[in-house]
Ligand binder design. Structure first.
Ligand code: ADP
Ligand code: MG
Length: 310
């Protein structure tokens, strides 16, 4: 009997028997936003630390406001991108073409006219905007967090980790499955309220990215000027939307499309979705009405479903 009790005790002490899953959680301020990384699995601690280092590294390379950064040097014409960096630049150009230019990775001068990169907000003159629109200096602000999500997923594949959920400042990147088999539930913020508008369910590796007029804006003469710009005019996009969420397996695509759909508006955004097969979207109008594509798996609010046949 004594031996039996000892055996039970020994079994209980074996790491595998009573194994509580290792978890790591890390917050950081990066890419001008608060990020929150949660990782589960044996290598969780090491992976979370390396994810944070990767994110900081990407920020240092692609911060268009920093003349010393890679993108700063590209804008001054004093360096050449390496093959991996060139691939990113090629992909953002391709996404710009795919969206008819609504996603435009060359708006740094225009954004600077409004003071968005520095926080010194002001309303520029039409002449200033017209001059700035002639510039073609790189600004990957609308795509970098999504690309960072993809790079994080690549990194996680090299570790003994089970799953992760990365909040990259409004860009949510999931990886792996929850142990109980249920999908990840990702909250979508109500653009005009404090709480959540609703929730989307996703499985496996997925990016859920929102672009909204509430994320960065200033008010002047009773008017709201937000940071998502219409590349045709240089003014904040005024397409009748207050937020767009894109759900896509590819983070870079999700991020670029969320910005593009915001610029395009509901009608042209719906057409882009209908001719595509790689993303779903939730559109929130300035009136508060919500429209979601048929695969968006949105719950928690009333909305109209957008179908392929429409
Ligand atoms: P956030 O960065 O707040 O998540 P977005 O992904 O929509 O939001 O990116 C907005 C940023 O991208 C702006 O701050 C600006 O740097 C840049 N930008 C603004 N308008 C556009 C546009 N039409 N296409 C590409 N980049 C844009
Ligand atoms: Mg974006």
């Amino acid at each position: 009997m004594k031996r039996f009790v000892c055996l039970l005790l020994a079994l209980a002490l074996l790491p595998g028997c009573q194994r509580r899953e290792d978890t790591a959680r890390q917050s950081l301020f990066c890419m001008d936003t608060v990020m929150d990384l949660q990782v589960w699995g044996a290598d969780a601690q090491a992976a979370a630390g390396d994810l944070a280092a990767l994110l900081n590294d990407l920020q240092d390379q692609w911060n268009a406001c920093d003349e010393e950064s890679l993108i700063g040097a590209l804008n001054q014409g004093t360096t050449q991108p390496d093959p991996q960096q060139q691939r990113l630049l090629d992909r953002v150009e391709e996404l710009s073409r795919r969206t008819g230019g609504a996603f435009d990775p060359h708006l740094h001068s225009v954004s600077a006219c409004w003071g968005f990169p520095t926080g010194d907000y002001r309303v520029p003159t039409r002449e200033e905007l017209a001059e700035a629109l002639k510039e073609d200096d790189w600004d990957l602000g609308a795509a970098l967090k999504g690309y960072a999500g993809d790079r994080c997923v690549e990194l996680l594949k090299g570790y003994d980790v089970d799953r992760a959920i990365l909040d990259l400042g409004g860009n949510i990147q999931t990886w792996g499955e929850k142990p109980d088999g249920t999908p990840w539930q990702i909250g979508i913020r109500d653009p005009r309220g404090e709480g959540l508008l609703g929730t989307v369910s996703v499985r496996g590796t997925m990016a859920v990215v929102t672009s909204g007029d509430y994320q960065r804006y200033f008010e002047a003469d009773g008017k709201r000027y937000h940071h998502i710009l219409d590349p045709k005019t240089g003014y904040p996009a005024d397409s009748g939307l207050s937020a767009v969420t894109v759900i896509c397996a590819d983070g870079l695509t999700a991020d670029a499309l969320s910005t593009a759909l915001f610029v395009l508006g509901l009608e042209a955004g719906t057409r882009l979705w209908q001719e595509s097969g790689d993303f779903e979207a939730v559109f929130v109008l300035t009136t508060g009405e919500v429209f979601a594509t048929e695969g968006a798996a949105l719950s928690g609010c009333d909305y109209e479903v957008i179908c392929r046949e429409d």
